[in-house]
Design a protein around this ligand. Structure first.
Ligand code: PEP
Ligand code: MN
Length: 668
């Protein structure tokens, strides 16, 4: 036996030496591919030939061709990823710099093991690992810049998606910069000398317990105990030193804790893979020559066939969808959030254009990352010609008509029960500020009765002078909410401060960003992470491009429910409070899919100008107006000169009718 073992040791050394020699050749070819932009990274035909040769040679030596194929696949995968790593590797740590990586668990847990795999491929050898108790804690450390990356599992081929991690991807300003797949091989571990039939308690992570249900049942009488981590379960077995207790964990944990394998194949399914995502605070662009994946979250708007239309866009552009999953949204019953992974690079113009088209069908849309694809394609097989179904069968029965690419498809944005965009003209009306209970109730009643679809009212007022009335604050918000419920009319109110966003979003149907805050980028980013409609007003001296860039801050955070509002700009003219830029309406509508409304009140500054400007807005194609109406303008605490009376508002609604109807639109 000693002699044979000596021989094995010699052969092993020789295998490692040959592997190193093989890698040297791989490195040279990689260098050539890297300097030659035309050279494809994968040559499937060549891979197929190598496979065939290995199989034949293995068989001729009496070796299983399956076994040889498995070994070859590992070798080829590593070589391919090594070559891909040669193109300016995404964010290699500077020499001598230690990269900190957070994960959930303790050393030798699957997350910890996967970190080694990820960073071996990335060529970053100096890694400092930091284990956290929960996924959230790992992400919070990333946000606080205590770690450079976090590696978290997102799905398992048996247990499905990890919702908690997806929720974090949705809510936190983090981005995916890599993925890795770990083949999970669970073992049942116990104290040395323990016997399988003596096991009474099995500890592990709940997902691992779920993956081994059938096996656990077969161990008669054993109860399960959840641990936050498989490796921690293994450690506890060694600490408790009770032969009746066992753990389901990785082989590495068995070794690390001085345990013994009581049973090898414990998972219900042989193939058991966990997919991990590498998270960072900033995106890492992927070279266009490398295989990339892009992950998205979206909610579709209520247009019929919106989801089908989104998916069709991907299909038409030949973009492969590798994952589509829907999750319920607790805050919106019967609405679903979709997680999508597509094959493609966000910097590829085709992918970018397709995503822009898809955006128009969504309420929420967020790219959560673009990264190097590592989910393996199947082994190369002789090519089979797949017959395409005839064109007519590929089309839906009712084809969706898409706008030509140079004309944005116009989105419809909901605000409570009201909708903006499409063939309607929607009216928002109410006082400048909420002053007291009696005033806001009277205002809500009068605008609702006369046909407004949305109530406005400021609880927080951005006043030019600190001595002017600043609004009632949160008590004002409560009054608005009460009036809105009483008269069954949704409401919008302005948000001034970042820290108030969540509290206001909790109650209001829409949040308004005032002209003075249009470029408060932190506020915009925060609003991008809510799912409330945002009315974004044009800054007093903002160009149209700046308005669109401001809207992009919100869109990029994921929130697609934005209504743009032209409210007059600063010019040399002083006869009006501001100059209403009516041309901004058609210009904006030609450059974005978002609905555009007009605020004639703040542009006018005086009552007699409000109706003419509102009519101009309708004539020029705005999707609606937001107008100030007060039950008793003379007593108004804010903007009294421009407030319409009940009678004025009635006149306005009457005069809007023929203009809007004449355009084939409905007045809402
Ligand atoms: C308002 O609508 O109450 C307001 C303050 O408007 P703006 O931000 O356009 O001045
Ligand atoms: Mn006002």
């Amino acid at each position: 036996m000693d002699e044979s073992r000596q021989r094995i040791d010699e052969v092993d050394r020789e295998i490692v030496r040959l592997l190193a020699e093989r890698m040297e050749a791989v490195r040279k070819i990689g260098g050539f591919k890297n300097s030659n932009a035309e050279a494809p990274f994968r040559d499937l035909e060549r891979e197929r030939q190598i496979f065939e040769r290995w199989s034949k040679e293995a068989e001729s030596l009496g070796l299983s061709s399956y076994f040889a194929g498995r070994v070859l696949r590992e070798v080829l995968n590593y070589s391919r990823r090594y070559q891909e790593g040669l193109i300016d590797s995404p964010a290699p740590g500077a020499v001598g710099q230690v990269i900190k990586v957070g994960y959930q668990g303790v050393p030798s847990s699957y997350s910890d093991l996967t970190i080694s795999k990820v960073f071996a491929h990335r060529g970053d050898p100096s890694i400092d690992r930091v284990g956290f108790h929960t996924f959230t804690a790992a992400v919070e450390a990333l946000e606080a810049r205590e770690v450079d990356y976090a590696l978290l599992p997102v799905e398992n081929t048996i247990a499905g998606s990890l919702n908690e991690v997806y929720q974090l991807l949705l809510e936190r300003p983090i981005t995916v910069v890599g993925e890795e797949v770990w083949p999970v091989e669970h073992r049942l571990a116990g104290l040395p000398g323990a016997r399988l039939d003596g096991v009474r308690k099995i500890r592990s992570h709940p997902v691992a317990l779920q993956q081994c249900e059938k096996f656990i049942e077969s161990v008669g009488g054993a109860v399960t105990e959840s641990f936050f981590d498989t490796a921690a379960a293994a450690e506890s077995v060694s600490i408790d030193a009770d032969p009746k207790i066992a753990a389901i964990c990785s082989e590495e944990s068995v070794l690390r804790n001085g345990l013994e394998i009581l049973h090898r194949d414990v998972a219900d399914h042989e193939a058991n893979f966990t997919r991990f995502l590498l998270l960072s605070m900033k995106p890492e662009p992927v070279d266009l020559r490398k295989p990339a994946k892009t992950s998205l979250t979206l909610t579709v708007n209520h247009r019929r066939g919106a989801l089908a239309a989104c998916l069709q866009h991907f299909a038409r552009q030949d973009i492969n969808l590798t994952k589509l999953e829907s999750r319920p949204r607790p805050e919106a019953p019967w609405e679903y959030l979709f997680y999508l992974d597509i094959e493609g690079n966000i910097d590829d113009p085709k992918v970018k254009a397709t995503l822009d088209e898809v955006r128009g069908f969504t309420n929420h849309f967020k790219v959560i990352g673009c990264y190097l694809r590592c989910t393996e394609e199947s082994e190369p097989v002789p090519s089979v010609v797949v017959e395409q179904p005839p064109e007519s069968l590929m089309e839906d029965e009712e084809p969706v008509v898409f706008a030509p690419p140079d004309q944005p498809e116009h989105a419809e944005v909901s605000l409570g029960k009201a909708t903006f965009g499409g063939n309607r003209f929607t009216v928002i009306a109410g006082p400048c500020a909420v002053e007291n209970r009696q005033q806001i109730f009277a205002a809500a009643e009068l605008v609702k009765q006369r046909g407004a679809s949305v109530l406005r009212g400021g609880a927080f007022k951005p006043r030019s002078s600190p001595h002017s009335f600043q609004g009632l604050g949160f008590p004002g918000l409560d009054l608005l909410a009460e009036a809105s419920r009483t008269f069954e009319i949704p409401f919008v109110t302005e948000v001034l401060r970042l820290e108030d966003v969540d509290r206001i979003a909790d109650k209001a149907d829409a949040l308004q960003v005032g002209a003075r805050n249009m470029q408060n980028f932190e506020l915009l980013k925060k609003l991008g992470r809510t799912n409330r409609t945002v009315i974004l007003k044009r800054g007093m001296s903002a160009t149209i491009s700046e308005v669109l860039s401001a809207a992009e801050y919100i869109l990029d955070g994921g929130n697609q429910r934005i209504i743009l509002c032209e409210r007059g700009i600063r010019t040399f003219e002083t006869s009006t409070r501001a100059t209403l830029d009516v041309s901004a309406v058609p210009v904006l509508k030609s450059r974005t899919h978002l609905p555009v409304i007009v605020d004639p009140s703040h542009a006018a500054g005086q009552r007699y100008l409000v109706i003419p400007l509102a009519l101009a807005a309708a004539a020029v194609g705005a999707d609606g107006i937001i107008v100030e109406v007060h039950p008793d303008p003379d007593a108004a605490l804010c903007d009294k000169e421009q407030a319409l009376t009940a009678k004025d508002f009635e006149d306005l609604m009457r005069q809007l009718g023929p203009i809007v109807l004449g355009q084939g639109r409905a007045l809402e």
